[in-house]
Structure formats: structure tokens, C-alpha cells
Design a binder for this molecule. Structure first.
Ligand code: SF4
Length: 509
């Protein structure tokens, strides 16, 4: 009778939000079904599948990544079955409701947390007491009143999907680009009930836990409690992902982190900007010195995998100042630096800078920045490509030695030049095969007067270590020319290598 649904980005993302709604349906839980799709599925097929359950009410979770496709699904549903009550919820429809097509098609929109509000609205609709207005503003529920959702991860979820958990909600910080800055503070779930739920998941076989807490290391006592829980259950399959703030790592927390074997912990660390003026402008309180010290400690003294985030396009940030931040960060050698392009989140306070810093965003999701007073559209385009190539080369782990040559003493400037050159040569940021990437890196290094043998050794070693099949052109050609220079026959070696390559083909990216 009631269907809860959303369009996830990937199959292995299981929606925690929908499971909260389901767990808190009360007497309506037995007549509520959860259906998850992937946004690449065809809207008609999604609608067909939803209608099979013969729902009277459909609740949809709407996010920045699925708004386009979800709008199509809702529009189709309303064409075919206008009698079905459509209820929307999620951050993308919690603000600026008057400006969105999807809101026009829907019957109701719950703004704010829907954990209890969705069930309450369903009750009213089913009892014939529907609200006379479309927008329903939900209050933040006391977390102790919520039924925890973890029992709604089924065996298939546990076997093949990421299991999201949360020990707390909200954030006390005020970074203006982020919707969590609208929270008054952070609230913990009742610790014993939460640990019981974790224990039950662990006993059911879950070993990969992704914590969605905005700042896991906010309350050190509670962070330690959770880490101790996992230290008692260590095994080689355990993998824990936490988002942490980088300037708050007291000794007790460091001691606990140090006790985890390499590869068990992954920390997602929002750096966003290392420019103090930009930090101040966007109300981000971050101690740069402590941040860099703690990152260094984590990299050198712990076995944690460090995924760090930077944002390009913030007000007051220029290409050069972003580059300075990138260069400071890369010196600490985190495993990954994700270069994100600023996105406009509906409701985020950053909008107050739109006029003064001439912030212009795409009107299409995900509403990425197009230009600012300090960064033109050309540079945003360059940095969008930079982010993509950096993922393929800098973050992929496939260019261990080659990356150092590509970056030289001026990592940001050199990689930007490389990125511009790759785009000039290929006109592409996607569908570039791995072997082609190695070829491009080799050619560019030679153009920068890199020693041919150095470049060959580094990239050939990386290519072999990557496990890719076939051979890039540069390995054929360079092998040939090296053999030629030492007096061995060039042509047969090249022919043989080319045969090998044409037999195996290039590996996909
Ligand atoms: S960016 Fe992180 S620290 Fe800042 S408000 Fe958002 S969640 Fe909190």
C-alpha cells in the first residue's frame, strides 16, 4: 500500500534514509515496501516496477545526484496514475521548493528530517484527513525516539552492499557551502543501543562499516568507545570508514588509531581550503597548522588510508591560491586528494556571497560553479578536467613512480600543464584507455626534457605493477629504440610486441 523508494547512484549504495523511514512506520510497517533503483535505469521501467506493488502512496528520497531522473519518474507517475499520493523528501527538496518542477508534480513535500513525519503524513492520508497544504516542515525528532533501521539491511545488502551507519547526526560547525552548517549542533544516538545494533550487524557478517557522521571525532569519548568496540572484534576483513575533522586529534584518539592494523581504517578528511582568508570568509573554523601536523602524523604513524578533499571555486579563492593549498597538501602524501568543484546546495548559506564574489552556478544539477570574481569559466573548465585526470593518475595508485616525475617540484602547476596538454591531444576526459594514459604521460615527460630512461623505467614499472594486459606504445617503441641503440635488432622486437598488443587489445579504464 505504501512504497518507499529512491534512485541510488550505484547498486552497492544502500539507502540509510529510506531504512530509517521504514523502521519508523509503526503500525504501517507491514504494509510498507522498500524499492531501490539506480538512476541509470530507464524512468519508464522504474515506474512500471513501482506500479506493480499497487501503492496508494509513494515516498521518494530526492538528492542532488538523482533530482533529474526522479523528476521524470514523478512526472510519469502523475501522468499514468494521478490518484497515487506522491510524497517527496530529502535535502534537494527541503529548500527553494517554490522553484522546482518536481515539487509542482508532487502532492506533498516533507522538508527536513522525515523519519517520523513521513509515517505521520501517511496516517493522515489513509485516514482521509489529508493536510490542505503541500509543504510540510518536519521538526528534528529526539534521536532516542527513533527506531534504529539496521534490521532492514537484508542478507543481500550485507553480502554485496555498503552498510551505512551513524552514531550521531548534525554538525556544530558553520562551513557555509555545507547544509550541515544549518544544524544547531550534533546529537548522538543512545550509545548502548547503537553499539548493540553494530554488534548485531557484525554477528550477521558485516565487516565493512561506513559511518556517515559528519564529524566522527567531535566527541572523543564516544569516538573511543566505538573504536574500542571494533578493536575487540578485529579481523583481517574489518574495514571502517569515518569522516573526521583534521585539527582535532587528541593523544587518546591517536593511541587508539595506532592500534588498528594497516588498511583497516579509512579517514575521509575535509580540508576544502588551506587559504585562511577563504576559510574566514566561508565561516570554516580550521586550524591550518594543526591540520597539517595531524595529517602528517596520520600518514607517518598510523596505517589509516587517508582520503582528503579540496574544493575548487570557493569565494575568494583564485587558481593560484588553490594551487598553493594543493601543493601544501601533497607534500604530506595523503593516499588520495579529491579535487571537488564547488556545487551550490539549495539552502546553503554560501549564497550570501553570490553578488560580492560574482558566483555563477550552472542551473542544471549538480549546480557546479561556472565562474567567480577570481576564477573565469575557462579556469573552471580546466580544473574540472584536472580533477578527472588527477583521479585517473594521481589517486588511482597506478602511477606510483611516474606520478613523482609528472609532478616534479611544482606539483599543481606541472599537473595543470599536463592536464591542459592531455585535453588538447585527446579532446576527452573519459574513455581514455589505461595504456593510452601511460603513453600520454611518457610523451609529455619527454617534452619536459625528462630523461628518456628515467621516464621509461618509472612508467614501465608502474604499468607492469598495474596488472594491465597488452603494452602501451611507448613500451614497444622505447624497447625497440633501446635495443637498437645497443646493437640488437629493432624490427622483430617491435613486431612481436605489436602482435602481443593487437592480440590482447587495450585494457579499458
Ligand atoms: S563541512 Fe563538515 S565541518 Fe563543516 S559544517 Fe559541513 S559537516 Fe560540519
Amino acid at each position: 500500500m505504501i512504497t518507499l523508494t529512491t534512485l541510488n547512484a550505484r547498486y552497492f549504495h544502500a539507502s540509510l534514509g529510506l531504512r530509517y523511514l521504514l523502521a519508523n512506520m509503526g503500525e504501517l510497517e507491514p504494509v510498507t515496501t522498500l524499492r531501490e533503483f539506480i538512476f541509470s535505469e530507464r524512468p519508464n521501467d522504474i515506474v512500471e516496477s513501482l506500479l506493480r506493488d499497487q501503492p496508494r502512496i509513494i515516498g521518494l528520497g530526492v538528492y542532488i545526484w538523482n533530482i533529474t531522473e526522479t523528476t521524470q519518474v514523478v512526472a510519469l507517475l502523475k501522468q499514468i496514475r494521478p490518484d497515487i499520493n506522491i510524497i517527496l523528501g530529502g535535502p534537494e527538496v527541503s529548500y527553494e521548493t517554490g522553484q522546482q518542477d518536481i515539487v509542482r508534480y508532487a502532492d506533498y513535500v516533507i522538508t527536513g528530517p522525515g523519519d517520523l513525519a513521513f509515517a505521520a503524513l501517511c496516517r493522515r492520508i489513509l485516514n482521509g484527513n489529508s493536510p490542505g497544504h503541500k509543504i510540510i516542515a518536519a521538526e528534528y525528532p529526539p534521536l532516542q525516539q527513533l527506531v534504529l533501521p539496521y534490521g532492514h539491511y537484508n542478507e543481500q545488502d550485507i553480502a554485496s552492499r555498503i552498510i551505512y551507519v551513524e552514531a550521531s547526526r548534525g554538525c556544530p560547525f558553520k562551513c557555509e557551502f555545507c547544509l550541515s552548517s544549518l544544524d544547531k549542533t550534533a546529537w548522538p544516538f543512545e550509545p548502548d543501543a547503537f553499539l548493540d545494533a553494530l554488534d548485531s550487524l557484525h554477528q550477521r557478517g558485516v565487516r565493512h562499516f561506513k559511518f556517515v557522521d559528519r564529524t566522527f571525532n567531535l566527541n572523543i569519548k564516544s569516538s573511543l568507545h566505538i573504536l574500542e568496540f571494533f578493536l575487540e572484534r578485529l579481523d583481517e576483513r574489518l574495514f571502517l570508514h569515518f569522516e573526521i575533522i583534521p585539527d582535532h586529534l587528541p593523544e587518546a584518539l591517536k593511541a587508539a588509531i595506532r592500534r588498528f592494523p594497516a588498511g583497516t581504517l579509512q579517514f575521509e578528511i575535509g580540508i576544502q581550503t588551506l587559504n585562511p582568508e577563504v576559510q574566514q570568509l566561508i565561516s570554516r573554523k580550521q586550524d591550518v597548522i594543526k591540520t597539517l601536523d595531524n595529517l602528517q602524523w596520520l600518514r607517518n604513524e598510523s596505517g589509516a588510508h587517508l582520503h582528503t578533499d579540496l574544493i575548487f571555486g570557493l569565494p575568494g579563492e583564485s587558481l593560484d591560491s588553490f594551487g598553493d593549498g594543493f601543493n601544501q597538501l601533497i607534500k604530506l602524501n595523503p593516499h588520495e586528494i579529491q579535487v571537488g568543484i564547488l556545487k551550490r546546495l539549495r539552502g546553503a548559506p554560501l549564497a550570501r556571497h553570490d553578488d560580492a564574489y560574482r558566483m555563477r552556478y550552472s542551473p542544471y544539477p549538480p549546480y557546479s560553479i561556472l565562474q567567480t570574481s577570481l576564477v573565469g569559466f575557462d579556469d573552471v573548465q580546466r580544473m574540472t578536467r584536472y580533477a578527472r585526470y588527477w583521479d585517473l593518475i594521481g589517486n588511482s595508485g597506478r602511477f606510483g613512480r611516474g606520478r613523482a616525475l609528472l609532478l616534479g617540484d611544482e606539483p599543481f602547476e606541472r599537473f595543470l600543464a599536463f592536464s591542459d596538454w592531455v585535453f588538447q591531444r585527446t579532446g576527452k576526459t573519459h574513455e581514455i584507455s589505461l595504456s593510452r594514459l601511460y603513453d600520454l604521460a611518457y610523451q609529455w615527460l619527454l617534452q619536459q626534457d625528462e630523461d628518456r630512461h628515467n621516464a621509461y623505467d618509472a612508467l614501465a614499472a608502474d604499468y607492469h605493477a598495474s596488472g594491465a594486459r597488452g603494452l602501451p606504445e611507448f613500451m614497444n617503441n622505447a624497447a625497440g629504440s633501446l635495443q637498437y641503440s645497443t646493437g640488437t635488432e629493432q624490427k622483430p622486437a617491435n613486431r612481436q610486441a605489436r602482435r602481443r598488443q593487437s592480440k590482447h587489445g587495450e585494457t579499458g579504464q
